[in-house]
Design a protein around this ligand. Sequence first.
Ligand code: NAD
Ligand code: DAU
Length: 344
Amino acid sequence: MKLLVTGGAGFIGSAFVRLILDLREPPAIVNLDKLTYAGNLENLDPIASRSGYRFVRGDICDAPLVDALIQEERPDAMIHFAAESHVDRSILSPSPVIETNLRGTFTLLEAARQNHVPRFVHVSTDEVYGSVPRPLEADENFPLNPSSPYSASKAGSDLLARAYFTTYRVPVIVTRASNNYGPYQFPEKLLPLMISNALEGRPLPVYGDGQQIRDWLYVDDHCRAIHAALEKGREGEIYNIGGSRSLPNIEVIRKILAATGAPETLIRYVEDRPGHDRRYALSSAKIMKETGWAPQVSFEDGLAHTIEWYQRNTGWVARVKSEEYRNYYARNYESRSEHIEPAS
Ligand code: NAD
Ligand code: DAU
């Protein structure tokens, strides 16, 4: 068994590669990654010298490269993680998001079609459903209603993947997961940003009133679900993957403050994200029923482990907070006006 993984130097892709290579009979893995600001080979240090693992630096939009790689490696399956994955960056600069998430996915699907790749797992997100009104939970038939350039690009790439199944019978499976957290997450996303700011005594920027709800999924649980979908999922199907733990952002932030011992005075309510989705909520009943998958890590355990990882890996954090990161941080946060917490 050989897997071609895209985006395997990012947060979730690298967790998947580490997890899969620790299986009793691991498949060979070829990891194709462009190493954008979010890709980091340090994330793969624990497995980099394993036999059966190969890293290739390249762009998923580069059709000749993708084609040649597939012809050379003849993978049994492709697991497609590579993306521009951050909503705030997609609002500031949509162009690379459209290029990678749409053209890149198209390039991979087309190469899979031409080379008859036997399985293609397209890793997507619950953001494609947009804000889900209480008390509903989105199942796989819930209408698509993306709000940001990021989520619209993911919805578009999901539809392309589905079209490649319907039209060409490319054996595609689409997975849609909720908010991931865990070690090695780039500190632009809510949890690692708040954890590292709290540990460094910096302000914690809460968008709007902080009452937006996200469903938290520990990254290894997500990777186990993708593996279950790869092994037991049905071609042409979509599988939602939720963490079964919905929390308002401000509660997550208060838990981080409590765990790190940082003071609540670090909280700053700042101007909201444009088009900010109020609530994500997923039903994962289908993947649970069809594959037997269920999340194993409670939010409390996962958060404690994650905070401990960021406390132990200050060198990793310092290295990823490069000039590029500092420029992004200034662009995204410095012009945001502060306001006082609205009365609840
Ligand atoms: P990430 O930003 O941490 O990593 C993305 C990886 O893709 C990086 O290694 C980057 O170098 C690589 N990449 C980007 N553009 C590329 C290109 N053109 N060619 C080759 N490689 C490229 O992202 P993540 O959080 O690990 O997310 C991985 C996937 O999971 C994405 O498709 C994302 O939409 C999806 N997803 C993420 C979450 C989440 O909470 N983070 C939840 C659900 C789904
Ligand atoms: O739901 C799955 C999605 O989760 C993935 O598809 C995306 O790749 C991933 O980035 C994530 O998107 P979100 O927009 O939900 O995650 P983010 O960590 O950016 O924000 C989580 C919530 O926290 C959201 O309501 C915005 C809020 N937030 C975020 C940041 C970075 C803040 O209040 N302040 C912040 O500084």
